[in-house]
Design a protein around this ligand. Structure first.
Ligand code: DX5
Ligand code: ZN
Length: 216
């Protein structure tokens, strides 16, 4: 079953606990947490203190997407708060394998994110075999509610193809503009894990489960 990862970027921050509780009974769900530094992307969100509280409160897996310039600086403070997945941006790092081995010591799952304009074949095969997740950004990172960039889907197809040919085990996650109109094609290309922010949280009666079911 496809994992759905609601992005709390679109939640009502004034009632974050209630918002998270609306997902309590849903299976195969990760909480997607967009950590931004105002430098790698032109926006700021939440950090260690908020993620720690979420981890104590929710039994869902925490999926942290670090849109930050120096992801290595975040390992020490985030390693003990129960994150399931730590995704960093390929573009923000020079020594990728060094970072991946540090992350693997501290988190159950390690992901690489690619901006829309970053070609997918920058990730060498020996790293594809080591990582747990590749995140294909289908909007430019920094904000929710943007339009899906269709041209990024060929990267999802490439990753799916490589996975089948080489028995890689990574999740293929798609983030940005996922909704009822775009989901079919995304999954047909091979995505296994879908981040959805504005589509889920704009449900007028806060029946987020119905939005997740419609994606599935
Ligand atoms: C954007 C974030 C996304 C964002 C997606 O930088 O990485 O996770 O919340 O929002 P939607 O689903 O509204 O495009
Ligand atoms: Zn994200």
């Amino acid at each position: 079953m496809i994992t759905i990862a609601p992005s709390l970027l679109s939640a009502n921050f004034m009632e974050l606990q209630k918002e998270v509780d609306r997902f309590a009974e849903i299976d195969n769900l990760w909480l997607h947490l967009d950590v931004m530094d105002g430098h790698f992307v032109p926006n700021l969100t939440f950090g260690h203190a908020v993620l720690k509280k979420l981890g104590e409160h929710s039994s869902h897996k925490l999926d942290a997407h670090f849109m930050v310039t120096n992801p290595e600086d975040y390992i020490e403070s985030f390693k003990s708060i129960g994150l399931h997945n730590f995704t960093f941006h390929w573009e923000s790092v020079t020594h990728h394998d060094r970072l991946i081995s540090e992350l693997k010591k501290n988190f159950p799952s390690v992901g690489i994110a690619l901006n829309p304009s970053t070609p997918v074949n920058v990730i060498p095969k020996y790293l594809l075999s080591q990582i747990d997740l590749v995140l294909i950004m289908t909007v430019n990172p920094g904000f929710g509610g943007q339009s899906f960039i269709n041209g990024c889907l060929s990267k999802v197809e490439y990753l799916q193809d490589q996975k089948l040919k080489n028995n890689y085990t990574y999740e293929i996650q798609v983030d940005g503009g996922v909704n009822a109109s775009t989901v079919k094609e995304i999954v047909a290309c091979g995505a296994t894990n879908l981040v959805a922010g504005s589509y889920v949280f704009s449900e007028p009666n806060k029946n987020y489960q119905s939005r997740i079911e419609s994606l599935r």
